[in-house]
Design a protein around this ligand. Structure first.
Ligand code: HEM
Length: 362
């Protein structure tokens, strides 16, 4: 599983690690929780604090969604191509987006992330954990709050030293598929792995592409870690959710739903469309691919970091099998995988409804 590029990410992450983790020692923490390593106890305190005060009692709401997005924007800023050209290529999942927010928030792709960064930073400072570790922890906890959410591993112990990442390393929704594939390939990811990372958009909404309609979700079930995003992104788009289409936006299929141009194109491109469609058929596979690819994105190295995965809560809740939203038929699906037929889905009953916006967290 470890590609050469991944190994270089791992080596890079290791080089940032100042604190050598203490020897593996099963521990009972002061709150009574048990963990594989006593160095992980602090994360139970962080967990209690953020579940109450960042995620409002363990919700899969806006802050959970933004925390997952933040993982990507910190971690994908890693470019062996820039390094080979003699420039600083970014440190990947090193917390630079929180340490150097004044610089990185200027980058177009990071638009809107200042809110979650400013909400998260005081928790990292209060518990004296590094920004890189905190961003990963909050993302893993946040998405575990979603119904049927994944179990992303968590490895702690990164240094808090970082430099600002260079611009143009985070894809924009207006980028071509070729450009997006080239960017993620530079960071060590194959086209199928891009699809696996984009499973995240099943618990997602936009605020800034069209800032007149904040909280407009990418599928009809933004609190469920289900496959609806992969179904609904393949429906024929006929509606404009705001007053006009914006850069990086294409028409969506359902009232109240938002569609990124990049998601539309990646779902229909011959390099990625079959994997996109495959996400609909096998939920266990979808979860496993997401967990695996996010861990790769984080560039973990068990030898350099401490495995605190047992602090991440196990998601609860159930999700429905993939379905066609009410009012749609299979004729509305724009199947794009030449090799395999689109799975046959049944439609929810009742009239077409407007999807409510994800409420903004205070
Ligand atoms: C081709 C790659 C990607 C592009 C172009 C892209 C683009 C976007 C855009 C434009 C938004 C809306 C931001 C806003 O207006 O507030 C968004 C939201 C989001 N993205 Fe991505 N994204 C990509 C990959 C990823 C990946 C790999 C992850 C996580 C692993 C991720 C997680 C999310 C989440 C969770 C949200 C929802 C945030 C919220 O609801 O507030 N994205 N993405």
């Amino acid at each position: 599983m470890f590609s050469k590029a991944l190994l270089s990410i791992v080596a890079l992450a290791a080089s940032f690690t100042a604190a050598v983790p203490s020897a593996n020692k099963r521990a009972t923490c002061s709150g009574g929780q048990t963990t594989a390593n006593d160095a992980c106890c602090v994360w139970f305190d962080v967990l209690d604090d953020i579940q109450s005060n960042l995620f409002h009692g363990g919700e899969c709401g806006e802050n959970a969604h933004e925390s997952l997005r933040l993982i990507f924007h910190d971690a994908i800023a890693f470019s062996p191509a820039l390094t080979a050209a003699g420039q600083f290529g970014g440190g990947g999942a090193d917390g630079s987006i929180m340490a150097h927010t004044d610089v990185e928030i200027q980058y177009a792709a990071n638009n809107g992330l200042d809110e979650i960064i400013e909400e998260q930073r005081p928790f990292a400072l209060k518990h004296n954990v590094s920004f890189g570790d905190f961003i990963q922890f909050a993302g893993a906890v946040g998405v575990a709050n979603c119904n049927g959410g994944p179990q992303i591993g968590f490895f702690a112990g990164r240094s808090n030293d970082s430099q600002p990442a260079p611009d143009k390393l985070v894809p924009l929704p207006s980028d071509s598929v070729t450009d997006i594939l080239a960017r993620v390939a530079d960071a060590g990811f194959a086209p199928v792995e891009l699809v696996w990372m984009l499973i995240s958009h099943t618990v997602a909404a936009q605020d800034k592409v069209d800032d007149s309609i904040p909280g407009t979700p990418f599928d009809s079930t933004p609190s469920d870690f289900d496959a609806q995003f992969f179904v609904e992104s393949m429906l024929n788009g006929t509606l404009t959710p705001g007053s006009a289409l914006h850069d990086g936006e294409v028409q969506s299929p359902l009232p109240g739903e938002f569609r990124l141009q990049s998601d539309f194109l990646i779902g229909r491109d011959s390099r990625t469309s079959c994997e996109w469609q495959k996400m609909i058929a096998d939920r266990a596979n979808m979860l496993q691919k997401f967990e695996q690819t996010v861990l790769k994105l984080l560039g973990f190295s068990q030898s350099a970091l401490t495995d605190c995965s047992d602090v991440i809560p196990i998601a609860t809740g159930t999700v429905a099998d993939p379905f066609l939203p009410a009012g749609k038929t299979m004729a509305d699906i724009e199947a794009a995988c030449a090799a395999t037929p689109f799975p046959t889905l049944s439609a929810a009953s009742g009239p077409e409804t407007t999807i409510p916006a994800v409420p903004l967290d205070s």
